[in-house]
Design a protein around this ligand. Structure first.
Ligand code: COA
Length: 258
């Protein structure tokens, strides 16, 4: 039984909640292991079309890596703690869409986990930052790579080199989050978005995510060719035939995931 990552289901959406509210949901080794196990379980579950990751309580999404684990730790022990698979990479390559639902503090490894998700929805009261510099550290969960891709190099430099926190409105303005909603509506609005996504063919969602993720690593010419191949791959599915026939027949599509 997982103690620090709770799994709930609402329709075709799985909600994974990091549950260490007394430590502002800081990521320790147990959370990482249990998050990987929870993700593996929902990956296998055909009834799950999309995943929402969030933190328990109103005060924090995740306030970063558990700083208590850093004290006195050797580089080799830290390297072991950062061994693959890592939650950040699993979320980014997960075959189903992953949405971060962010309230309160979203700092350090919490911000990095949010950045590795496919879409970020934040409460208007959420606070973001990469404060590692204040600990004599740098971001280690992909922050120096994913942050500049989302917000540009200058804004990433500003956030990482100062460790300053920014509010949700500014995070939206610079592209760190995709949607900001009133805090009281965060759950409803995020689950509505996730449910709408999860209602589509899981095969098509997987291919769409793969094509979009390829844009992070491929030069545009290669990305366009890769997209063409993935587009043509969709022609092998029953769901493409169903979607097209449903449109032509003026009826809703009934996806089978085949
Ligand atoms: N690691 C371990 N424990 C953490 C934590 C973290 N990243 N963030 C918060 N906590 C713990 C606090 O130590 C405290 O525990 P305690 O009650 O046993 O003393 C508890 O969570 C509540 O946090 P507290 O600091 O009392 O809340 P606050 O409202 O005064 O401040 C923050 C909130 C987020 C500003 C502050 O907790 C903070 O700066 N956290 C560290 C953020 C960080 O540097 N993250 C990057 C890590 S690489």
């Amino acid at each position: 039984m997982s103690e620090t990552v709770l799994t709930a289901r609402e329709g075709r959406v799985a909600i994974l909640t990091v549950h260490r509210p007394d430590k502002l949901n800081a990521l320790n080794d147990q959370v990482r292991d249990e998050m990987l196990a929870a993700l593996a379980a929902v990956e296998r579950d055909d009834e799950v079309g999309a995943v929402v990751i969030t933190g328990a309580g109103e005060k924090a999404f995740i306030a970063g890596a558990d700083i208590g684990e850093f004290a006195g730790r050797s580089p080799f022990d830290q390297r072991h703690a950062m061994r693959s698979p890592r939650i950040f990479d699993v979320a980014a390559t997960f075959p189903k869409p992953v949405i971060a639902m962010i309230q309160g503090f979203c700092l350090g490894g919490g911000c990095e986990l949010a950045m590795s998700c496919d879409i970020r929805v934040a409460a208007d009261s959420a606070r973001f930052g990469q404060p590692e510099i204040k600990l004599g550290l740098i971001p280690g969960g992909g922050g120096t790579q994913r942050l500049p891709r989302l917000v540009g190099l200058g804004q990433a430099m500003r956030l990482v080199l100062t460790g300053d926190m920014i509010g949700a409105a500014e995070a939206r303005e610079i592209g760190l989050v995709d949607l900001v909603v009133p805090a009281a509506e965060l759950r409803e609005r995020t689950l509505e978005l996730a449910a709408r996504i999860a209602s589509f063919s899981p095969l098509t969602l997987q291919v769409a995510k793969e094509a979009l993720r390829a844009s992070e690593r491929l030069p545009i010419e290669e990305g366009i060719l890769y997209e063409r191949d993935l587009f043509c791959l969709c022609f092998s599915t029953e769901d493409k035939e169903e979607g097209v026939r449903a449109f032509l027949g003026k009826r809703p599509a009934a996806w089978t995931g085949r």
